[in-house]
Design a protein around this ligand. Sequence first.
Ligand code: GLC
Length: 423
Amino acid sequence: MRWIHAAGRCLLVLTVVLSGYMASGASADGTHGTGRGPVTLATAGDLTGYLRPLLQGWNRTHPGEKVTLVELPDSPDETHAQMVTDLRDGDRGRFDVLNIDVAWTSEFAAAGWLAPLDRSRFPLSSFLPPVVGTATYDNKLYAVPYVTNAGLLLYRKDILAKEGLPPPRSWAELEHDAKTIAPKYGLDGYAGQFLPYEGLTVNAAEAVYSAGGTILGNEGERVTVNSRAAREGIGFLARGVREGWIPKAALSYTEQESKQAFQDGHLLFLRNWPYSYVEASAKGSAVAGKVGAVPLPGPAGRGASVLGGSNLAVNTRARHPDSAARLIAYLTGEHAQRLVLTRGALPPVRADLYQDPALIRRFPYLPTLRASVLAALPRPKSPHYGQVSLVVQAVVHDAMTGRTTPSAAVRRLARELAAISRQ
Ligand code: GLC
């Protein structure tokens, strides 16, 4: 009799588990777990001030599916390291929903850490088209675009106006103004994010792409960096430091220090993300009212921006995958996306917000940003993206400090990237 009892209990447990699983809709996502319940959201700690009230809003209306925010370090490289440690952990990780840099989708998906998502649950067709490409790997959707980004060139409107000059439309104009105009006003010429970290990978990729080159092809299988264009791109950055129109201090700038230098009135030109335009233009900034923003220039005209931003993904081992997906739908919905822009000063992924006249009045750079995002190019896709980025940072930094020439740098990049893609 005992075995009948035991079998009956098993059947009961199985029925409860199964009905929970089906009712949750978890199977529709191809994810495992019991569907609905509390979740954690792990994100880099920078620029998240606006997120707390947004999550409190969710928690008020979803008491059974409360989200807990886990703030990781500000630096993308450190956040990457902590997420990888958590995701590799054989035991259940702490992170259910991950706010990942757009550059990491391929790596995390290829490692089997992200649950494939059902496209019909998310408003993908209302997003700016290039951002959707950063959320897919091997033709499957592994994340949902949340915030986008594109590099812009900030310039001192007041100074160029005094000189009767337009904002630079090519590297030649940028170099000329940085070399000859900036010193007349006691300023440094040009800076970007040149410390060896993810920001330098972005700046290096922009320089290479702007000159018409590429770094990797075929989702990381082919190394394409050995080109005249890549030498020209890296050469532009190295020449700036050598000739002094990029200040040496910029070799240790991240977004924050470079923005501060511009905002304190020390720079004529700055490559940075759009939030820096908002902050440099705000009351209290020494250059408020004196800042303009244009698309990045290239050698002979318009250059190329790298697509930045972040995507929301569900950990394969998420405790409650259905709630994780529902939270992602909330954060990528119209209401939350408007707050991403108005409270976070971050570029939303929803296309309609870029054409809203009231928002354009408040954020006059929106049309420039929209054009830059639409033309922006993704960073190299690779299942080993973390290693690819480390190599790019190290080699390009060596070229900028004069430890190696641009030609030798490109040869070394080709060699080291080929070794990574053979893994
Ligand atoms: C910004 C971008 C992100 C990029 C990072 C580099 O946060 O949105 O995509 O990786 O800057 O520092």
